[in-house]
Design a protein around this ligand. Structure first.
Ligand code: ZN
Length: 471
């Protein structure tokens, strides 16, 4: 989607794509708590698998902490409570009894984990402690809900690490940035990295880095974030270790969060008029085989199609054989809406010519591939599609970023702006008001030139920053 979409147009398109692909059922009788369908859930778990691969490869251990957090633990870090208290779901009764200490459903898991980290960490030999979990969190968000983008029960990834000092925690953040650059390739999602301004950091954090995706409306959406906590949680939760000299020190901590918004971002960035388009790495079925047969040649064609599917399966390709009793056209439509990367059609004529027809979902092209080369070609075409989807979206994003050394009178920003900023909050606020945008923070990957002067006051810019409307 390169053309601009109006908000209501986007909403309708986005919801229709989700319904047609049957990714989620919104009829569950609690608002903002949707049902994952088998197909939608498979996309999510494939994304989880991509994340797990990177976290496991960097020495993180997967954990699973309880859902309920006692109020007494939640209330230990003042900023954190302030940031989340309006969004918390409470459990105050169990059976017929009022609970002495009310429990809350985790909105994120710092307050569940850190009392236990305090027990796990004794000496510097226990550090770094690198953990993550993939669980559901609950946030009573009062804004309008939207599948995958704004929900109240959120499928969530969170990593939590503890380190001997600030420098080691900083190294972890560099590693997290590297992890994100790999995961985003698997998801074919280009992004902007912004160090959030002081007033927009995560509650309790020393600083926050956000990863934003540009949506078809020109608004950006945060897909992931990394937080440097310093000792902001370690002090109230008393997470200490004994250093080499036998002295007690507080650990330094980082976290890293992502959510089902990644599914929403893939739908929004790659979807087209026919439906969703899935990057091969996360697609539940990378290939669908559609046999084209009549009554008199059914047995022969179905046999050949099953043989083809089997060969692809043996090569480790996720393949779906569609031998339902439906017309081929209906099947094409069905799988197009579901974003399956490649559709292989096999009929008597193809068999006679020793070929298979391949329809490519993102470009809409069709190609005849020799039957004896099909497995290798499918592998190549999937890899090409993965790369092409990212490349196209990356180009689209870069084209829609406008450098703003100043703001001409009456200027209206369509997508993302890059501005110079002197560091004064007033200057940032002025930009937010003039452009009707949110100040996203410092551009950390600097794919464009530095903007030398503050866009508002003309003073020396301390940084180049992103601004945009947001979700
Ligand atoms: Zn300024």
């Amino acid at each position: 989607m390169c053309a601009h979409m109006k908000e209501d147009e986007f909403s309708e398109w986005y919801n229709t794509l989700i319904e047609n692909a049957e990714l989620s059922d919104k009829r569950y009788p609690v608002k903002g708590m949707n049902v994952w369908t088998p197909y939608g859930w498979r996309i999510m778990t494939n994304i989880d698998a991509a994340i797990r691969r990177e976290l496991d490869a960097t020495g993180h251990g997967e954990v699973c902490f309880p859902l309920l957090v006692p109020a007494t633990e939640f209330e230990k870090e003042a900023q954190h409570i302030k940031g989340f208290s309006d969004e918390v779901y409470w459990v105050t009764r169990a059976g017929g009894n009022e609970l002495d200490v009310p429990l809350l459903l985790r909105p994120t898991s710092e307050t569940a984990m850190y009392p236990i980290f305090k027990l796990w960490i004794r000496s510097h030999a226990d550090l770094p402690l690198k953990t993550y979990q993939i669980v559901n969190v609950f946030r009573y968000d009062t804004k309008m809900t939207r599948s995958f983008i704004r929900v109240r029960e959120i499928h969530f990834f969170e990593s939590h690490t503890c380190h001997v000092d600030f420098e080691d925690a900083e190294r972890q953040i560099a590693e997290n940035l590297e992890i994100w650059s790999k995961v985003s390739k698997d998801l074919a999602l280009p992004y902007m990295v912004a160090k959030r301004p002081e007033w927009d950091k995560f509650p309790g954090a020393f600083y926050t880095i956000g990863f934003d995706v540009l949506m078809p409306t020109g608004r950006t959406m945060q897909m992931a974030s990394i937080h440097q906590y310093k000792t902001n949680f370690a002090v109230p939760y008393e997470i200490t270790y004994e250093d080499e000299k036998g002295e007690h020190q507080h650990v330094h901590q980082t976290t890293y969060g992502m959510s089902e918004r990644l599914v929403g971002a893939i739908i929004a960035v790659h979807g087209d008029d026919k439906g969703i388009v899935l990057p091969p790495v996360v697609a539940p079925h990378q290939v669908v085989v559609v046999p084209i047969f009549r009554k008199d040649d059914a047995e022969e064609v179905l046999g050949a199609a099953r043989q083809l599917a089997e060969e692809l399966d043996e090569a480790g390709i996720r393949v779906k054989m569609d031998d339902r009793d439906l017309r081929p056209g209906e099947k094409y439509y069905h799988w197009e809406r579901r974003g399956v990367p490649l559709r292989l059609e096999l009929g008597p004529r193809d068999m006679k010519h020793g070929q298979v027809m391949v329809a490519i979902r993102d470009t809409g092209e069709k190609a005849a591939v020799r039957r004896d080369e099909i497995v290798g070609r499918v592998e190549e075409m999937l890899a090409e599609m993965q790369w092409r989807m990212l490349d196209k979206a990356e180009k689209d994003l870069r084209e829609r970023i406008t450098d703003l050394p100043d703001i001409p009178y009456g200027f209206e920003l369509e997508d993302v702006g890059r501005v110079g900023w002197c560091g004064e909050e007033d200057c940032a606020t002025q930009m937010e008001v003039n452009l009707e945008v949110v100040f996203l923070g410092e551009d950390m990957d600097m794919k464009g030139p530095a903007i030398e002067r503050c866009t508002t006051c003309g003073g020396t810019a301390r940084m180049t920053a992103y601004v945009s409307k947001t979700y």
